[in-house]
Design a protein around this ligand. Structure first.
Ligand code: SAM
Length: 273
């Protein structure tokens, strides 16, 4: 329950002059039911800490607050801050707004516990943050990630071996986490509508496989997928020790990178050391 009634989102946009900025990748969501469904993806948020990146006029923020979350929101667009301040007033003690660039903020220092991260971000910013969050110290500082991506990027994150979408992003996202597509989102749900379809991806972290280093896995997948159509005995030449390691764990070097499972990449990386 809000302490004061909230005006409809479209009215907030009008009142604060929040015309969508292309430069800031702004495509807003207004459908309350859709926003509630997104806010339910991380699970029960009653009393939970949430980091929201790019709240904009606050549609998703409203849904998170209504679900009982304690939200810390980082927004770069100064024009949105007064609208978000109204939300903070309507949910006393539940919303802290930080004006700034999420790429320049050290997120873990903002929380005592492990927050759920929720964001509907521009494609480039979202991908850069996502890769950074997946490369964090393990166990990571976050409990789960619920992120809107272009459908094509979402498919690459959850891709299985053997598909065209399978590559470095899939391995990075899957070797010590479990990503899934929580829901597709039609382009017409956004104002203004982007050119492509979107999807919400949900990620929870798992145990890091013993003896596998992220830096080794990164170099290995860069070599293997750098020439994804070539056999491993050619592509792996780019990384010293990789061919011997693959042979040592019984990987057939006539295979191509896109057929090598995440567990097999981990086994090779472990053998490299
Ligand atoms: N969450 C709102 C919604 O779903 O309607 C807005 C989504 S809009 C796609 C992306 C938001 O991220 C915009 O409000 C934009 O200003 C903000 N943004 C873009 N780059 C950012 C950055 N580097 N740090 C923080 N916010 C950013």
């Amino acid at each position: 329950m809000t302490a004061v009634p909230l005006p409809p989102l479209r009215e907030v946009i009008r009142a604060h002059g929040l015309t969508a900025s292309k430069a800031l990748g702004q495509n807003f969501l207004f459908d309350g039911q859709l926003l509630d469904r997104i806010a339910r993806v991380p699970g029960n948020l009653a009393g939970a800490e949430v980091l929201e990146v790019g709240p904009g006029p606050g549609g998703l923020t409203r849904a998170l607050l209504a679900a009982g979350a304690r939200v810390t929101a980082i927004e770069r667009d100064r024009r949105c801050i007064p609208a978000l301040a109204e939300l903070a007033e309507a949910y006393p003690g539940q919303l802290k707004v930080i004006e700034g660039d999420a790429l320049a903020i050290d997120h873990p220092t903002l929380f005592e516990g492990a927050p759920h991260v929720v964001a509907n971000l521009p494609y480039n910013v979202g991908t850069e943050l996502f890769v950074g969050w997946l490369s964090a110290e393990w166990q990571p500082w976050w409990q789960s990630l619920t992120l809107m991506f272009q459908r094509e990027v979402a498919d690459r994150i959850v891709a299985a071996p053997g598909s065209d979408a399978y590559g470095r992003l899939a391995v990075l996202a899957q070797w010590r986490s479990t990503p899934r597509i929580a829901m597709p989102v039609h382009r017409s749900a956004f104002t203004p509508p982007p050119k492509v379809m979107s999807a919400v991806v949900h990620v929870v972290h798992a145990e890091q496989p013993e003896g596998v280093r992220l830096s080794t896995l990164e170099r290995l997948t860069a070599a293997a997928f750098g020439q994804r159509r070539k056999m491993l005995r050619t592509s792996l030449k780019a990384m010293p020790g990789a061919i011997e390691a693959a042979e040592a764990v019984g990987i057939d070097l006539t295979r191509r990178a896109e057929t090598v499972s995440v567990a097999e990449f981990c086994a090779i990386a472990r053998a490299i050391g």
